[in-house]
Design a protein around this ligand. Structure first.
Ligand code: SF4
Length: 345
């Protein structure tokens, strides 16, 4: 059978990959929202960047980009963006209001929904007619004309993987989007009223103490609505994993600790695992605990009771998770191995 892996005489065998599913085959699959309606209480789920309550689905799978750290296309979804037809997507969306009457937002969780701009525009035009508010994942390289069509079609927010504010790191990870391109994209989004949840990663190849500061400054310049800062995780099967193992930058085998919290498992000559780990919290604090951000949040809370409840909940959760992160780091720090060349905090 194509596409399966198995162990034979102690060796892992990978069978030949099957051809990617065609649009016709994807359209023939049942709608996932039928299953949600039957088995899932969508009111029990929340997202830090979507309006509550929200529903999430895929219009396609795969991402043509080549980011070396990214698990999805390299290990699971592949580099060919296989998509459902526009009509099939709109057909499912048109049933959402009936299925989920309280839904405030729809999230398209495709790796990169904007990878096919003409299709994204066509879907947006259909969504506009349906009166749906929606959000999705995007790279920071969409042209302004497309952004305008998406916004007119009800787009509220993009989740954007900026990853780093350092040009060389972006080249090292084959992001395919320069700092300057990301700036232009972000400016266009701000001008058109498209919100951004910006995601950043600390500990990518080429990271130093200076590049961490540079990325923090870049995030402040981009002014995303909300922010996510992750530790670079070298997942087996990715080019990033090969890079860190080959260069002896991997400090420990497990990516998470015993409670499920993400650990920093890479350490470089210029910046240690411990420093990278600590920088995540500094990053959040410098972004969120500023008069400008606090004032913006107060205004949002004043505008809606639900938004106030959501933001307060997020705030409490954030403070709690940072405290837990510090506790875990303090108890496990002695166990974090550092290569001899790594700088210490
Ligand atoms: S663009 Fe996003 S989904 Fe695609 S490879 Fe890069 S990080 Fe992964």
């Amino acid at each position: 059978m194509k596409g399966i892996s198995y162990r034979e005489n102690g060796t892992v065998v990978h069978n030949e990959e099957p051809p990617p599913l065609t649009t016709e085959q994807l359209d023939a699959l049942p709608f996932v929202t039928e299953v949600y309606e039957r088995d899932l209480d969508y009111l029990k789920y929340n997202s830090p960047y979507c309006q509550y309550p929200y529903v999430s689905l895929y219009t396609g799978r795969g991402c043509p980009a080549r980011c070396t750290f990214c698990l999805w296309p390299q290990v699971t979804t592949g580099h060919t963006y296989r998509v459902r037809s526009v009509g099939n997507v709109l057909d499912e969306v048109s049933q959402l209001k009936r299925r989920f009457p309280k839904m405030k937002e729809l999230f398209f969780d495709d790796d990169t929904f904007t990878a096919d701009p003409p299709r994204a525009r066509e879907i947006a035009q259909g969504l506009g007619k349906l009166g749906i508010t929606w959000s999705t994942n995007s790279r920071a390289n969409v042209d302004r004309e497309t952004l305008k069509v998406l916004k007119d079609g009800g787009l509220r927010l993009f989740v954007v993987g900026y990853e780093s504010g350092n040009e060389q790191i972006l080249k090292n990870i084959r992001k395919g989007v320069s700092v300057e391109r990301a700036r232009r994209f972000t400016r266009d989004c701000h001008e058109l009223g498209i919100l951004i949840h910006g995601t950043f990663i600390l500990g990518l190849p080429g990271e130093t103490r200076d590049t961490i500061q540079e990325t923090m400054r870049f995030a402040r310049e981009m002014q995303p609505e909300t922010l996510q800062v992750s530790l670079a995780s070298p997942y087996p099967g990715t080019a990033f994993y090969d890079f860190v193992t080959k260069n002896n930058y991997l400090t420990v085998d497990s990516l998470v600790d015993e409670t499920g919290y993400q650990k920093c498992t890479v350490s470089y000559p210029e910046v240690s695992a411990d420093e990278i780990f600590k920088a995540v919290e500094t990053f959040y604090r410098r972004y969120y605990f500023t008069p400008r951000y606090i004032w913006k949040s107060v205004k949002k809370m004043a505008s809606s009771r639900e938004e106030a409840k959501r933001l307060l909940g997020e705030g409490v959760q954030f403070i709690g998770s940072m405290a837990k992160r510090r506790r875990i780091a303090n108890t496990t720090r002695k166990g974090v191995a550092q290569p001899e060349t790594s700088a210490q905090a």
